[in-house]
Design a protein around this ligand. Structure first.
Ligand code: SAH
Ligand code: SF4
Ligand code: F3S
Length: 443
């Protein structure tokens, strides 16, 4: 007789917010099928890995995790192991997973929503199931999601990427760009607001190339419309590609109070020569022009960026151009990465000419410079009163943790006897500043 105990599952996720959100969808879909979520791998009947291949280091983390799973699978052969996401779209890795003997289901970055039926199919046949078709159209409507956060909600507005930056696996891993209809996005935003969420983050690899299949709204118009949904107090979006970034986005932020004072605008390099080799489609000057639009806004819009150091052929003078750009723009935050050669990308055919130690040295110089810049820019907020959304408490330090509209972490104290609930908004006077956070007291 069959065991009637419901099957339990656990998910592990690597990579970007889009992957995090895909896992939230996977969770909801499996729950709809009667599976029960667990945080304890020991009691899980199904183990789902949602992987990332953006850099070699990301893949290595997944591979070492899979190594540990091999032992678990030996002691509990009935456990179903499903591996999906960006890594599985690479033929070599997919072949390796197929042959590994302890992976039962392989699903691609575009078939994550089909996992429940893939699990059923595996259970029916006992044979390994592989579904990594990138041609598959992603669903145009909203998918159910069991969100990790009770206060901030991710909403995917487009799938895939058509930019083919020469270093990047994402277009190969996620397939062609496809936008969701704006009416469906707005309906989802309304449902989310009805559930009590006040912050929405719109997601896409290049939200600026959003094309409403219904032809109703541009990205800036969609952004504004989400910001006008009753109950929504904060809207964020990422990622913006500088080539497609428009003035209308800045105008929307100026016009709609709920749009946050923050734009993430990855530059990748400050050298036009390297930008061209990267196939980014803009020059240093084009980028700086976008920045000038943002800086000319009526609202104090914070800027963050991503930078790759040690791209093939990056000379000390190219790197210096990046450092000069940093000095000019004064970013509020920055994510720096050492170039990692990715199979099948055009850059992988160029000589990976900058040594690992030189990449590490450049990254350190970059991050040190950024820390100094943030020390100065954060200190400008001393004495200001900012609206902060409460995220939680730090009991050890008896502080409340939250974020400003500019996405800066704010740690503060509150004289009220009742601790404010996560998701509430308070006015906080900034009394101290650090390179990565602000501190203050609720007023
Ligand atoms: N779509 C987004 C970012 C996707 S990946 C964009 O275009 O900005 C996030 C970041 O990882 C990129 O901005 C880039 O800085 C970094 N990245 C991507 N591929 C990389 C590689 N091969 N080596 C090192 N960093 C990489
Ligand atoms: Fe990768 Fe470029 Fe697409 Fe971003 S825009 S996901 S960096 S190819
Ligand atoms: Fe990684 Fe795929 Fe995101 S490669 S960064 S999980 S799109």
């Amino acid at each position: 007789m069959q065991d009637k105990r419901p099957m339990k599952f656990i998910t592990f996720t690597w990579g970007c917010q889009m992957n995090d959100h895909d896992s939230e969808v996977i969770r909801a879909l499996l729950e709809q099928r009667g599976l029960v979520w667990t945080e304890d791998i020991e009691e899980a009947d199904v183990i789902v890995l949602n992987t990332c291949s953006v850099r070699k280091s990301a893949e290595q983390k997944v591979m070492s995790f899979l190594g540990k799973l091999k032992h678990l699978k030996e002691s509990r052969p009935d456990v179903v192991v499903a591996v999906g996401g960006c890594m599985t779209q690479n033929q070599e890795i997919s072949d390796q997973l197929r042959k590994s003997g302890h992976v039962n289901i392989i699903f691609g970055a575009r078939s994550f929503h089909r996992l429940p039926s893939l699990i059923s199919s595996y259970e029916r046949t006992g044979n390994q199931v592989v579904e990594t078709d990138l041609e598959e159209q992603p669903p145009s409507g909203a998918l159910p999601a069991h969100r990790d956060s009770r206060i901030k909600a991710y909403v995917t507005i487009m799938y895939g990427c058509d930019n083919f930056c020469s270093y990047c696996v994402v277009p190969y891993a996620r397939g062609r760009e496809r936008s969701r209809g704006s009416a469906s996005v707005l309906a989802e935003a309304r449902r989310i607001a009805d559930l009590g969420y006040t912050e929405i983050q719109l997601l896409g690899q290049n939200v600026n190339s959003y094309r409403d299949p219904e032809g109703k709204r541009s990205f800036a118009e969609l952004l504004a419309a989400v910001g006008e949904v009753a109950g929504i107090r904060r809207v964020r979006f990422m990622t913006s590609h500088p080539r497609d970034f428009t003035r209308e986005i800045v105008q929307a932020i100026d016009a709609v109070p709920t749009l946050c004072d923050h734009v993430h605008l990855p530059v990748q390099s400050g050298s036009s020569r390297i930008l061209q080799l990267m196939n980014r489609g803009y020059t240093r000057e084009d980028y700086l022009e976008r920045v000038s639009w943002i800086k000319a806004a009526r609202r104090p819009i914070a800027l963050s960026t991503d930078i790759i150091v040690g791209f093939p052929g990056e000379t000390p003078s190219d790197f210096n151009a990046t450092m000069e750009l940093l000095a000019q723009v004064e970013y509020d935050s920055l994510f720096g990465y050492k170039y990692s050669s990715r199979p099948d990308t055009p850059a992988s055919t160029m000589a990976d000419s900058v040594s690992e130690s030189e990449k590490a040295a450049r990254l350190q110089v970059l991050l040190d410079r950024q820390r100094e810049s943030q020390r100065i820019s954060y200190s400008k907020q001393l004495g200001q009163i900012l609206e902060v959304m409460v995220e939680g408490v730090n009991p050890a330090r008896e502080q409340i943790i939250g974020r400003s509209s500019q996405n800066k972490p704010v740690n503060f104290t509150c004289a009220q006897p009742i601790t404010p609930a996560p998701g509430s908004y308070l006015q906080v006077k900034i009394t101290a500043t650090h390179p990565n956070s602000l501190a203050g007291e609720a007023v």
